[in-house]
Design a protein around this ligand. Structure first.
Ligand code: HEC
Length: 155
């Protein structure tokens, strides 16, 4: 009985809604981002100086599966493993933990965190900063589009 009450109490304190869905606002912002990344990916694919083989991805539709691979891909640097999932955890619906500061990071998945992907500038800024942190360069628009597809596919 005591245990039951404890469970009951803690459930009341957790602010994250259960069975949440991606809100209309998040869908709108993520669609805007995808349109923008799709246009940019076309330009990148045509650029003769494009790095990272952007031309290989010309006219390919974004893929949630490839976005997931990017999210989990590890890069070893100075004996540490770095990846998006390093801070945001392998399940983006879970609370993350910063690899350096150890501070908790609210879940990235829009389906469980209605605050995510509601501000285009914030998404773009975080995206670029985190790609720079991991790869010392911004990610391709193609990678970003795949990543957003992955986020939209999460239940
Ligand atoms: C070193 C830790 C760390 C790594 C590695 C990391 N992130 Fe983040 N990420 C954070 C923190 C901290 C925030 C900000 C949390 C906040 O303000 O709510 C964040 C927020 C974001 C956001 C903002 C979403 C929103 O609208 O609120 C995006 C997008 C994002 N990260 C994508 C990525 C991607 C893609 C990668 C891999 C290329 C990555 N992150 C790797 C720590 C990290």
């Amino acid at each position: 009985m005591k245990r039951f009450y404890l469970l009951f109490l803690s459930a009341g304190l957790i602010a994250l809604p259960v069975n949440a869905e991606i809100t209309a606002k998040q869908t709108d912002i993520m669609k805007q981002l995808m349109t923008k990344f799709a246009e940019k990916a076309k330009l990148e694919a045509k650029d003769p100086n494009a790095r990272g083989g952007a031309s290989k991805h010309a006219n390919k539709p974004f893929s949630a599966e490839i976005g997931r691979e990017l999210y989990l891909k590890r890069r070893t640097w100075q004996d540490n493993d770095y990846s998006c999932s390093g801070c945001h955890t392998e399940d983006p619906a879970k609370v993350g933990k910063h690899i350096q500061t150890k501070k908790p990071i609210k879940p990235l998945a829009p389906s469980v965190n209605p605050e995510r992907f509601t501000d285009i500038q914030k998404v773009e800024r975080n995206f670029t900063e985190h790609c720079m942190d991991l790869y010392e360069r911004d990610c391709l628009a193609y990678d970003k589009g795949n990543f957003i597809s992955y986020m939209m596919s999460l239940k």
